[in-house]
Design a protein around this ligand. Structure first.
Ligand SMILES: Cc1cc2nc3c(=O)[nH]c(=O)nc-3n(C[C@H](O)[C@H](O)[C@H](O)COP(=O)(O)O)c2cc1C
Ligand SMILES: O=C(O)C(=O)c1ccccc1
Length: 395
């Protein structure tokens, strides 16, 4: 019999029989609390912060309580199949790791990107590696051990640099490019502003730039000789408010699958589809960029309908296995987790990330068994019903 994700539960119970207490938290609340204690204050506020009064960030999480999964009995879902096809790749489950720009710094040894890449190799959960990393993308990709990875591009306004980053991602073996559209400037984040050290943090995450031949060619002195000038040049080239007019260029620079992150309106989906984009990534950046918006989950069904068969990755607010199941039932092809795995990294490095991913998958798998949905294909909108508004879970 092949392994099932729910087997993680048995491992933990069997450990208990031998007197082993699990070293990692089992609930999201405890995970977050332990990570807060483990991380330096500047990183706590940076990772946890959202835009404005963080209403959208909370709404992302609460949106999942507006849906309930309907149990079906006598199905005999003894074996479950969570595998999914995404951009020509067969993945063991719909779970992915969302791109996180500072994870490099969230590990105790300061090499979080490598630790996360190792967790991808251990679990088969693909990493979407951010442009903003402590270690260059080649070093990250070298640790995937055959598990497909995606490269998230913040397209700089220097097109030659953008092309160079994409070429390198191709050469390093990444299997798709995720272009993030909603962060060409940083949102108003009160919690983060009150520590005001975001510029310092990101200054440590420029390895993909300082190792890049095009970026280096733009500098009078090397980043090693004059790090401050390199950071200043980066700040000038980072933000690129792409428009539809740039899409033909973007499409032309790679033959890898190209996905757009931050797409939430069906009209934008259709236009992107017409421009030859291979997949949509429905996300509001975890509520970090613009407050006052709808929860990302509420926008997912319309995005899926407009995508008309193109794959849709979803993130923003995923905190549990049940959330993964609900997002899939609403039409997501793949579901990315963000903050939870950052917290796993903070408390336990690669092991902590592996635990968070396995716990999410175990919960999703056991839920599919108990509720009688043996395969992802069984999870359609018919598996869900809106919960009465008054029944929203307390937070
Ligand atoms: C600390 C932090 C850094 C992030 N950096 C990036 C990034 O570099 N690129 C990107 O596309 N998204 C970035 N995101 C957004 C995530 O990819 C994802 O959309 C978000 O975390 C989802 O929200 P959730 O973590 O609350 O579920 C970042 C999010 C956090 C929390
Ligand atoms: O903080 C973020 O959400 C993010 O995407 C980002 C943007 C620039 C640098 C580092 C991270």
């Amino acid at each position: 019999m092949t392994a099932q994700f729910g087997d993680y539960q048995n491992e933990i119970y069997e450990g208990g029989l031998r007197g082993v207490v699990p070293p990692f938290p089992m609930s999201y609340e405890e995970l977050e609390a332990r990570a807060r204690a483990a991380l330096p204050a500047s990183l706590v506020s940076y990772v946890a912060a959202g835009a404005g009064n963080e209403h959208t960030q909370r709404a992302n999480v609460d949106a999942f309580t507006k849906w309930g999964i309907i149990p079906r009995m006598l199905v005999g879902a003894v074996r479950r199949d969570l595998s999914v096809e995404l951009c020509g790749l067969r993945l063991p489950s719909p779970l992915m790791m969302a791109p996180i720009g500072v994870i490099g710094l969230c590990a105790q040894d300061g090499h979080g990107d490598l630790a996360v890449a190792r967790a991808a190799a251990r679990t088969g959960v693909p990493m979407i590696a951010s442009t903003l990393t402590v270690d260059p993308m080649e070093e990250v990709a070298a640790r995937f051990d055959g598990v497909p990875g995606f490269f998230q591009l913040y397209p700089p306004d220097d097109r030659k640099l953008a092309e160079s980053l994409v070429r390198r991602a191709e050469a390093a073996g990444f299997r798709g490019i995720v272009v993030t559209l909603d962060t060409w400037l940083t949102g108003w984040r009160p919690r983060d502003l009150s520590t005001s050290n975001f510029p310092q943090l990101r200054g440590h995450c420029l390895a993909n730039y300082t190792s890049d031949p095009v970026f280096r060619s733009r500098l009078d002195r090397t980043p090693e000789e004059d790090p401050a000038a390199a950071v200043a040049h980066w700040a000038k080239t980072f933000g690129n408010p792409l428009t539809w007019d740039d899409l033909p260029w973007l499409r032309s620079i790679t033959r890898l699958p190209l996905l757009l992150k931050g797409i939430c309106h069906p009209d934008d989906v259709r236009r992107a589809r017409d421009a030859g984009i291979d997949g949509m990534y429905c996300s509001n950046h975890g509520g970090r960029q613009a407050n006052g918006g709808l929860p990302a989950l509420d926008m997912l069904p319309a995005v899926v309908d407009a995508a008309d068969g193109l794959p849709v990755i979803f993130d923003s607010g995923v905190r549990s296995g049940a959330d993964i199941v609900k997002a899939v039932a609403l039409g997501a092809t793949a579901v990315a987790v963000g903050r939870p795995y950052v917290y796993g990294l903070a408390i336990g490095g690669t092991e902590g990330v592996v635990h968070v991913l396995r716990a999410l998958l175990a919960e999703a798998d056991l839920l599919m068994a108990i509720d009688g949905y043996p395969a992802l294909a069984d999870l359609t909108r018919k598996a869900l019903r809106p919960t009465p508004a008054t029944a929203a879970a307390p937070r």
